[in-house]
Design a protein around this ligand. Structure first.
Ligand SMILES: C[S@@+](CC[C@H](N)C(=O)[O-])C[C@H]1O[C@@H](n2cnc3c(N)ncnc32)[C@H](O)[C@@H]1O
Length: 279
């Protein structure tokens, strides 16, 4: 395994096939939140959109549906495996208005400006989100949209307290924090946009809540932990034996059902603003 070069440069979830599939399953659960955000922000027909940190491509596909065939979406990820995966999915869906490129869009040049820049769960991995937005803004036309959806991890909890669910959240938070991810960036988006020189953004937050057999939150948490497990073990946050990944989701579900309780996901915080005419 690659070792962390510095506290803010290591992407702990990796890009195994399992992780790329996990991103898509997560995308199905949280997709409606992202769609609502994009519609409210004003992503619509004919727009040219840049998706920062496209991963498996789900956000780009969602944007491609909104912009239609008269629009275009370019998804960019610094990880080649993600770009190849997303490209193969686009081909298999016969989508002609979306393409994927390898790189960090904050450092890249594009032949034309975009009408909008979007990103989900990606600014949290940039060492300096303000600097990243400043650099990304070069790619948007004046009055163009900047839309990001990031986490408020503190929103994730159980009621009444379900010890295994809470322990799982702690493993996840400790591993992500130790590798430099910003788990509260959702709340910080307002000052981050301001510091980047954008007008104060409009915002919304969505989260899952539920209990009982159908609740998707147990699989979402367990699958994140599955992807993080190698790093979690290396950092001695938890061992594979302690985690028991093959039964973790079911054990969390059984615990919450026995308590007749509910669990809440992380908050998905969306923020959007328009680049000033003068910038
Ligand atoms: C948690 S995934 C989210 C993927 C996708 N946006 C979604 O919501 O399904 C974060 C992705 O951002 C990518 N990423 C992180 N930092 C990046 C950077 N500086 N430039 C480009 N991609 C980056 C990672 O490689 C990873 O694929």
């Amino acid at each position: 395994m690659e070792t962390p070069a510095g506290p803010q440069s290591f992407y702990a979830l990796g890009h195994s096939e399992q992780e790329l599939q996990r991103l898509s399953r997560q995308g199905e659960v949280f997709g409606p939140f992202t769609r609502q955000l994009f519609e409210e922000a004003g992503i619509n027909q004919g727009m040219r959109v840049l998706d920062v940190g496209c991963g498996s491509g789900d956000v780009a596909f969602l944007a491609a549906n909104l912009v239609g065939l008269s629009g275009e979406v370019v998804g960019v990820d610094r990880e080649r495996k993600a770009v190849e995966w997303a490209t193969a999915r686009a081909h298999s869906h016969g989508m002609t208005n979306v393409k994927f490129l390898e790189g960090d869009p904050a450092e890249m040049e594009f032949d034309r400006q975009f009408d909008a820049i979007v990103g989900r769960l990606v600014l949290m991995y940039y060492p300096d989100p303000v600097d990243a937005i400043r650099k990304l803004m070069r790619h948007v036309r004046p009055e163009g949209l900047i839309v990001f959806q990031e986490l408020d991890m503190a929103n994730a909890r159980s009621w009444p307290v379900a010890p295994l669910f809470e322990r799982s959240l702690t493993w996840m938070k400790q591993t992500l924090t130790a590798t430099g991810a910003r788990l509260q960036l959702g709340l910080e988006l307002y000052p981050v946009f301001l510091a980047a020189g954008l007008p104060g953004p409009l915002m919304r937050m969505d989260a899952l809540i539920g209990g009982g057999p159908q609740c998707a939150a147990f699989e979402v948490v367990a699958e994140v932990i599955r992807s993080l497990l190698p790093v979690m073990e290396k950092l001695k946050i938890a061992s594979a034996a302690e985690v028991g990944i093959s039964t973790l989701a079911q054990r969390m579900r059984d615990e919450v059902i026995a308590l007749k309780g509910v669990v809440l996901s992380a908050g998905f915080v969306g923020a959007w603003s328009r680049k000033r005419d003068s910038d």
